[in-house]
Write a protein that binds this ligand. Structure first.
Ligand SMILES: Cc1cc2nc3c(=O)[nH]c(=O)nc-3n(C[C@H](O)[C@H](O)[C@H](O)COP(=O)(O)OP(=O)(O)OC[C@H]3O[C@@H](n4cnc5c(N)ncnc54)[C@H](O)[C@@H]3O)c2cc1C
Length: 531
């Protein structure tokens, strides 16, 4: 994403290759819109999980034991009226190589087997000390540093940024094994087993390779260690892992072949924290926290990585403009202002799903809930021109109708110069876009003038002229009149709305752009106060 916005990038990753640990299993619809804007949708669809049809979950003592309850996995958003794309069931270990190749092709400098060990200031930038596998230490200097180093973030610790929330509630060990249990499973299309053995809260998942399974065992449940003699991940030896797999399956003599989970090694067990926390700050000077480094969200609901993807999407265009000199560094403050509430609300939604999943009925919160969490966030920051104060941070996205701070609407349109239908969502991704109603030509002219004055591309589209609104939905989807317009940020969020025509559109738009780019501090402060 950074390369997409013209930012030179070096990535350091302490592992020597990509992880095979199954975690994310579903890229949600909003993340797919983001990947689509980067041209990655076809590749992702080619690599969908073979397990997509395993769309149920079961609770049982063990796989061989009696099932207590079986439910469908959470209702997924039905997005065809809503978006040009939809969620994609793909496993994290299949997605990451696609992202790796794409970043490499775009010119990112990707350094695996390299660990960040310390961090300091250098002039008006940052200096990171990194160490490679052979222990060679070197220094890297950059204008900004983005910490995407996971829940146990070194960078967050080095900066002394605290987190709020309950923190780690459980500690899990993930074990991967080849086991022959098809006879026990029969024709049950279960994608997740929630088991009482070997400890309450155990999860067993099919891997997308036949015969391979992933067992997640809580060895610490917040109050006590669940297994005598096991206090940390190093206490899991091979025999213990085999016994745990057998206990989950309910077959004491099952042949178990453990499988390494990390690149180039013989580590057949890794651990991870199940919990809820959100960093108190997402920015410290020239350093930003993203993904799990900024927020730990329980796996229930499948939101964690998707929130991280949206963090990166939110920050990348802002950094592109700031590094390129088109916006003031203050624009970057809106990253925390916009993304922290999303992390908090999404963590709450995940906890809610976790509670429902483990409660007697096992009910899920339904599609409306998922739609809001995936598409319905309402940003309130200086990078959004506010209209009404007091609008909630989470909305039903079917009714946001062009409200500044929300995802810009999907309208089915046909370009005047082409026969192919497309979505307005596909117009967003790289530059600001001004979308005007059929009588809003003055806005498109003004946008072109402002674009020239600022030296910053603003793409303009006049409905009825450049694009035909095939379902005649502009008025309801934009909340503006035919003489009005939406100014959409590069991340597809409405930055400002003109409800109708005005006498001096160029002056108005110039003011708005200055504010959104934080070039005018006074106006930016007014924005913040109004929101
Ligand atoms: C069991 C499970 C199921 C999940 N299911 C889903 C799901 O269905 N949907 C979903 O959206 N999310 C899901 N998640 C959450 C998702 O996996 C995480 O949110 C996501 O992996 C976070 O990505 P990240 O890049 O922020 O952090 P990580 O994936 O933790 O990556 C951080 C990286 O930083 C590297 N690193 C750490 N320290 C350093 C250092 N000092 N120097 C260099 N490199 C360093 C690490 O090696 C690691 O590769 C699940 C998580 C788990 C555990």
């Amino acid at each position: 994403m950074l390369r997409h916005h013209g930012v030179s990038t070096i990535l350091v990753e302490s592992h020597t290759g990509m992880s095979k640990i199954p975690r994310l299993r579903l890229v949600n619809g909003r993340s797919m819109e983001i990947y689509r804007s980067l041209g990655l949708e076809p590749l992702i669809r080619e690599n969908l999980s073979k397990l997509a049809r395993f769309n149920q979950m079961a609770r049982a003592e063990s796989v061989a034991g009696q099932e207590i309850v079986r439910t469908d996995l959470e209702g997924l958003e039905e997005s065809s009226r809503f978006s040009p794309t939809s969620h994609a069931p793909i496993d994290q270990h299949r997605l990451e190589p696609i992202l790796y190749e794409s970043a490499k092709k775009a010119g990112a400098d990707l350094r695996f087997g390299t660990r960040l060990v310390s961090l300091g200031r250098h002039g008006d930038g940052v200096e990171a000390t990194v160490s490679d596998q052979d222990g060679h230490v070197s220094r890297l200097r950059a204008k900004y540093l983005l910490a995407c180093d996971g829940h146990r973030s070194t960078v967050r610790d080095l900066l002394g940024i605290a987190s709020s929330g309950p923190g780690t509630l459980k500690r899990y060990a993930t074990i991967s094994a080849d086991i022959a249990i098809d006879d026990l499973i029969g024709d049950r299309a279960i994608g997740a087993w929630f088991l009482a053995n070997p400890a309450q809260g155990t999860v067993l998942l099919p891997h997308d390779r036949p015969g391979r399974w992933v067992l997640m065992v809580p060895y610490y449940d917040g109050e006590r260690q669940n297994f005598p003699g096991i206090t940390g991940i190093d206490d899991f030896d091979e025999a213990t892992c085999v016994e745990l797999v057998r206990s989950a399956v309910g077959a004491g003599d099952l042949p178990v072949s453990l499988v390494s989970l990390l690149p180039g090694g013989d580590r057949f067990v890794v651990d991870w924290d199940f919990g809820v926390s959100v960093a108190d700050s997402f920015r410290s000077g020239r350093v930003f926290l993203l993904g799990d480094a900024a927020h730990l969200i329980p796996p229930s609901g499948g939101f964690g990585a998707n929130v991280g993807i949206a963090d990166a999407h939110n920050l990348a265009w802002k950094l592109g403009l700031v590094v390129g000199g088109a916006a003031h560094d203050r624009l970057l403050d809106s990253y925390e202002r916009e993304r922290r509430p999303v992390a908090r609300l999404t963590a709450e939604a995940a906890v809610d799903r976790m509670d429902k999943r483990t409660s007697a009925g096992g009910a899920d919160p339904g599609v409306a809930g998922n739609l809001a969490v995936v598409y319905g966030h309402h940003y309130r920051s200086a990078a959004v021109h506010p209209e009404e104060p007091g609008v909630p941070e989470l909305l039903d996205p079917r009714n946001t109708g062009g409200l500044p701070g929300t995802r810009a609407p999907h309208l089915l349109v046909r370009p005047a110069n082409g026969p192919v239908e497309m979505s307005t969502v596909d117009l967003f991704g790289r530059h600001f876009v001004l979308l005007a109603g059929s009588q809003g030509a003055a806005w498109t002219v003004a946008a072109t003038q402002v674009s020239t004055a600022l030296g910053l591309p603003i793409r303009t589209y006049l409905l009825g002229h450049d694009l035909h609104d095939l379902e005649d939905r502009w008025l309801s989807a934009s909340g503006a009149s035919e003489g009005g317009a939406l100014l959409v940020r590069p991340d597809g969020v409405v930055g400002w709305r003109a409800s109708g025509a005005t006498d001096h559109p160029e002056a108005v738009l110039h003011d708005v752009m200055n504010t959104l780019l934080a070039l005018d501090n006074a106006a930016a402060l007014r924005n913040l106060e109004a929101s």
